[in-house]
Design a binder for this molecule. Structure first.
Ligand code: FES
Ligand code: FES
Length: 159
């Protein structure tokens, strides 16, 4: 394929990529953004989730060519004004991880949800996060973290 220009975490980056290469492969292996994780490689686990124009997508299924004109956000760029985002802070406050392998994808899926729905119900959170698998089974704390992040965002203060 040759050179592709990507907008990653606010930076325009030129990268050489193969035509069949996935966005996940380019992020991890060519741009060294290893916060995005390889889990199943088949769209089933959510570990590779990134934002593409604000939408949560599975980067393991996304051809890099299709991301060329999109705004890509990875876990390395999800911070807000140099501080942890409200979702990151809520995951930390609730201890919503064990091994942490699923956490990047969880945070990006939650970020996308809370941009669309500021005060989601528990059912909406579960539905939106359904494709993200946590092999450590920290779902109860993840749920609490997403609710906490919603409260932070709607109140503008940590609780
Ligand atoms: S690695 Fe992409 S969904 Fe599992
Ligand atoms: S914290 Fe280990 S997979 Fe979720």
């Amino acid at each position: 394929m040759g050179e592709v220009v990507l907008n990653v975490n606010g930076a325009r980056l030129r990268v050489d990529a193969l035509a069949e290469e996935t966005l996940l492969s380019v992020l991890r292996d060519r741009l060294n953004l290893t916060g995005t994780k390889y889990g199943c490689g088949e769209g089933q686990c959510g570990a590779c989730t990134v934002l593409l124009d604000g939408h949560a997508v599975r980067s393991c299924l996304t051809p890099v060519a299709s991301a060329a004109n999109a705004k890509i956000v990875t876990i390395e760029g999800v911070e807000e004004n140099g501080a942890l985002s409200s979702v990151q802070q809520a995951f930390l406050d609730e201890g919503a991880f064990q091994c942490g392998y699923c956490t990047s994808g969880m945070i990006l899926s939650a970020t996308a949800l809370l941009r669309q729905e500021h005060d989601p119900s528990e059912a909406q959170i579960v539905a939106a996060m359904d494709g993200n698998i946590c092999r450590c089974g920290t779902y109860p704390r993840i749920l609490k973290a997403v609710k906490r992040a919603a409260r932070i965002q709607t109140s503008g203060a940590s609780r």
